[in-house]
Design a protein around this ligand. Sequence first.
Ligand code: ATP
Ligand code: MG
Length: 635
Amino acid sequence: MRMPGMRQHNQMPIGETQGKKRDILLRLIKLVLKHYKFSLLTVAVCIIITAVTTLASTLFTRTLIDDYIVPLTQTAHPDFAPLAHTLFKLAAVLVVGVICSYAHNRLMINVTQGTMLRLRTDMFQHMERLPISYFDTHSHGEVMSTYTNDVDTLRQMINQSMPQALNSLITISITMASMVVLSVPLTLVSLVMALIMAWTTTWLGKRSRRHFKVQQQRLADVNGFIEEMMTGQKVVKVFCHEQEAIEQFEHINEELRGSTYNANRIANIVMPVNGNLGHLSYVLIGVVGAALILGGQVSLTLGTLVAFLTLNKSFARPIAQVSQQINSVLNASVGAERVFRLLDQEPETDHGTVTLVNAMEASNGVLIPVPHRTNMWAWRIPGQDSKKPQFVKVDGGVEMDMVDFGYTPDKQVLFDIMIHAMPDQKIAFVGGTGAGKTTITNLINRFYDIQDGRITLDGIDVQDISKPHLRRSLGMVLQETHLFTGTVLDNIRYGRLDATDQDCIEAAKLVNADGFIRRLSNGYQTVLSGDGGNLSQGERQLLAIARAAVADPPVLILDEATSSIDTHTERLVQRGMDSLMKGRTTFVIAHRLSTVRNADCIIVLERGRIIESGTHDELLELRGKYYQLYTGRDI
Ligand SMILES: Nc1ncnc2c1ncn2[C@@H]1O[C@H](COP(=O)(O)OP(=O)(O)OP(=O)(O)O)[C@@H](O)[C@H]1O
Ligand SMILES: [Mg+2]
């Protein structure tokens, strides 16, 4: 069971510098700009127009009071026409402002959603190119949360923080300029108050961010715990640990509440404090302004003072907002960093140029490539220096020559592996748990690259074969079966996407899976979900074997393919598999030695080394490890 507080999630690693955060943000901005230059330019123009129209309407109060309302009160026969005309102009300005504001919001939705779409696609495409070793070292939950939580922090930042920051900066600059024009002394008062507000917000923000980081960490802990408890629910029940799980959850849940409380406690003070400072600033300007008017300051009229008071409000708000937005941008940079970390992972390298093609034998015995399926395959070896390509028949002969391998540089798993599998032969691997059987098969299809030695397929180094083509030539039934959400038929068709329904049913019949499939509620159309959770282990394995059968590959690798099948079904499957294996090289890994008896060569592995090899009879005669495993007797 996992311990609380183990996961690092949505957290900037310790020692992260401001410079790195800046680089991440610049990269994100570049990414958005790359595809949406024109949209963002339009958004900037719209924001400027909106800010100008807001300012214009504010300044209008001065004209309204000084030029229209005050004179109207002083004439006996007031003429309302000029006032109506001006009000109409103001309405027009406001309408322009509203249209620009609407356009900016609409465009930003496009930009944000488009960027998210591209990011998710880029991430997925990149993920599909990553080597298997990446998935060995990253939990599913961690990769999943990059697609959801981290991408979402970017959404908020691109959609809200960036345009708001631009809006605030523009508003601050033009409001400030207008305030200076209206009255320098009042501007000074306003500026002092604004600085106090900015300082308070930054100070409180810094303190709240410390708690916010803890909150994100605790949130990740809660998410991780729930995820793990859901996948491990059966184990929890088997060992009756429900109560412990609840207690552990309550503990981390309480920690999350505490840290969220702290973060919000401080963050929630910012608004009221700023609000009150804003009121104070309003009163101060009112008092100073009134004093100046009473003191006979000619340039300061009543209208100017009213306009200034309104401007002061629109000045204070963005100042407080900018600090808040900086906080949210810094938080988003944590998410961006995790997204980029995934995108920057080194993809699987593939320098192979040899490809797999459908072929036909011409009357003179020469192989020629054809575009349609012929059930005969050839390796196309590109000719060097404009020479014609060569075609070599795919026979499925596999050789391993002094192969050394380790998943990590510090721990070697396989030592000097020598295997000579002739076309059509059945090679079996036996050996104890962790001996290296699965590892050997993972090297043939290049899930991992070897450290030393050479592996060839039909005499061609597997390093020279393009990976997708190499893997297409190898049919694998993996040790862990995986079924996708979809019908039984779709799952079998996964082996070869252009297979017809009939091909899939034939394949199922061949491996004796047809019987159980027909007994399912909807036969071949039964929908499987949750990795085929509604099937038994044996049934899942039968489907996996049928999937390999429909692919019809020249080389078959069956890793413990029959381990969960009862002895009766196993005999049926064995018969099916024997016909499936006919005409192809097959590697079989099985714990049940009865299934490997008829192999052409049995290879016995122990701690990563081949200790014996030969036929069943030869190995029994040898009275070594195989004899011991087979008979259960000590030597
Ligand atoms: N992804 C991996 N990363 C690091 N080490 C691994 C990885 N997979 C396997 N190993 C290690 O390599 C060794 C060989 O493992 P392998 O899976 O090949 O054994 P196996 O013979 O197939 O065993 P089993 O019969 O239990 O399936 C083991 O010591 C195992 O711990
Ligand atoms: Mg294994």
